[in-house]
Design a protein around this ligand. Structure first.
Ligand code: HH2
Length: 337
């Protein structure tokens, strides 16, 4: 697929206020978790939604930035550091609340990446983006997570759900994702799995989240790991019952963007599954569903349409106090996220 850069250049991003988005440089997420009132609301509310006044639920958007040659949908696009930074800033200008920088593909069959190579890929990009937007590092390696936090990342996006000690030691936020088998063998695992996928995912993530909180991690997210060791049916069941994850009270992150299970749903019956670049509508539809179920953040490649979807959902979920609708100059813009 093509590697198109977003509309903004770095020069236009610094200091620019994005219409309709109140979160610049990670302040909203930080203040959200720093606020006992709002933090308690997310942790304790049955739906776990970001309920801000009468705006209804407003979810955050995490933009994907893979500094890899082989990621399943944008492999090779952002391997060059200057292009990666430009794309990260463009996503921030489009309204991403977090930019997720990764240096290792976890698609089925991807080869392992040596630690020094992963560090070489991600650190300069994290350091360049961190002054402008909140940055997470997508890694399974403790040393990479630690170094990325040192370079400015404030969330460890951990598909292995094992790196909470790094978050505890550094004060970073931590995402625990459900990964039931190593990516190299997860397709076989998924085909053989006969359990209750929703109950297993909920139990696994709640145990990890409680462990991390007990170890002192203040900001903990849980993520069902759509596409990781799951069949298309498992993915759809997890989406259907996302409310059970949300009901745990831990803020939920969901990543469906461009994933394989969307391929057959994105092409006419009888035709080949749509390739990753042709899964935009399915991606937006599934993250919109996730947001409507109470997901507090969605991880996407296509930031701009997702931000618009989030804004429309916020408007649809609850009328603003003054009766104005959502939009660049409406109450959503005034209150932010
Ligand atoms: N999915 C991918 C990578 N990291 N992290 C979280 N928390 N949730 C996800 O669903 C998730 C993730 C896979 O997507 P991508 O990074 O685009 O692909 P690749 O692993 O090929 O780089």
């Amino acid at each position: 697929m093509g590697c198109s850069l977003g509309p903004a250049s770095p020069a236009t991003v610094a200091g620019r206020r994005v219409p309709g988005r109140g979160c610049r440089e990670g302040t909203c997420l930080l203040s959200f978790f720093a606020s006992p009132q709002l933090g308690a609301r997310v942790r304790n509310s049955r739906a776990g939604k970001f309920l801000l006044g009468s705006l209804g639920p407003v979810s955050l958007v995490m933009g994907v930035l893979n500094v890899t040659p082989d990621s399943f949908s944008d492999g090779g696009c952002w391997l060059d550091h200057a292009r990666a930074v430009e794309h990260g800033l463009a996503m921030a200008a489009e309204g991403a609340d977090v930019v997720d920088v990764g240096g290792e593909s976890t698609r089925p069959g991807a080869g392992p990446v040596a630690e020094d190579e992963e560090l070489r890929r991600v650190l300069p990009v994290v350091a360049a983006l961190a002054p402008h937007v909140r940055v997470s590092v997508d890694t399974r390696k403790a040393a990479v997570a630690e170094a990325a936090v040192g370079a400015g990342a404030t969330i460890v996006n951990d598909i292995s759900a094992r790196l909470w000690p790094v978050a505890a030691a550094t004060g970073a936020g931590w995402v625990a994702m459900h990964l039931p088998a190593d990516p190299a063998v997860m397709a076989d695992y998924a085909a053989r799995y006969r359990g209750d996928v929703v109950s297993d995912v909920v139990a696994h993530l709640v145990a990890r989240a409680e462990g991390a909180r007990g170890a002192g991690v203040e900001e903990v997210w849980i993520d069902p790991g759509i596409g990781f060791g799951k069949t298309a049916t498992h993915n759809l069941i997890l989406l259907r019952h996302l409310d059970r994850l949300v009901a745990t009270g831990w803020p939920v992150l969901v990543g469906t963007s461009r994933k394989r299970f969307l391929g057959p749903l994105s092409s006419p019956p009888g035709e080949d599954p749509a390739p990753p670049g042709d899964r935009l509508e399915a991606s937006v539809a599934t993250v919109a569903w996730a947001m409507a179920q109470g997901a507090a953040m969605v991880r996407v490649h296509d930031v701009a349409p997702t931000v618009w979807a989030a804004r429309m959902l916020a408007g649809a979920a609850g009328p603003a106090p003054n009766g104005a609708g959502p939009g660049p100059t409406g109450p959503v813009a005034a209150v932010g996220r």
